[in-house]
Design a protein. Structure first.
Length: 130
């Protein structure tokens, strides 16, 4: 726990070293959305050496006017399309979306009522004493 991360407004600290042993808890579980911007779409497509339109068709789902990364249902849970379950890591880590880079410091977790939720999802969370 040497490199604990904190952010103003959050009642917890985060130990990124926990990512090495969590089996991708934030990349799997219930169905959800990983929103990607136009810039992120272009970056990920380039990283994968894919044409942007092919990437959108093969890897994204459109929800109204926004795009989200597709999921794969496996053994009763949903996995991000880019979660490499064999190695428990993100296959597009260097260009992962902002939503992924900012986890667990999402605005919803500023509310102390939601800390239990993020603690269940991420074993690197250490709530501050009140």
């Amino acid at each position: 726990m040497c490199d604990m991360m904190t952010k103003e407004g959050f009642a917890f600290s985060f130990d990124p070293a926990a990512c090495h042993s969590c089996n991708g808890a934030c990349c799997r579980g219930e169905s959800g959305y990983v929103w990607v911007s136009r810039e992120e779409i272009a970056q990920i497509a380039h990283f994968l050496d894919m044409d942007v339109e092919r990437f959108k068709k093969d890897c994204l789902k459109k929800e109204n006017y926004r795009f989200s990364i597709k999921e794969i249902k496996k053994s009763g849970e949903y996995l991000c399309l880019f979660f490499d379950a064999k190695h428990n890591r993100c296959a597009i880590y260097p260009v992962r979306p902002k939503q992924c880079r900012s986890f667990p410091f999402w605005d919803r977790y500023k509310n102390k009522d939601n800390i239990k939720e993020v603690c269940k999802e991420c074993k690197g969370i250490y709530p501050h004493s009140s």
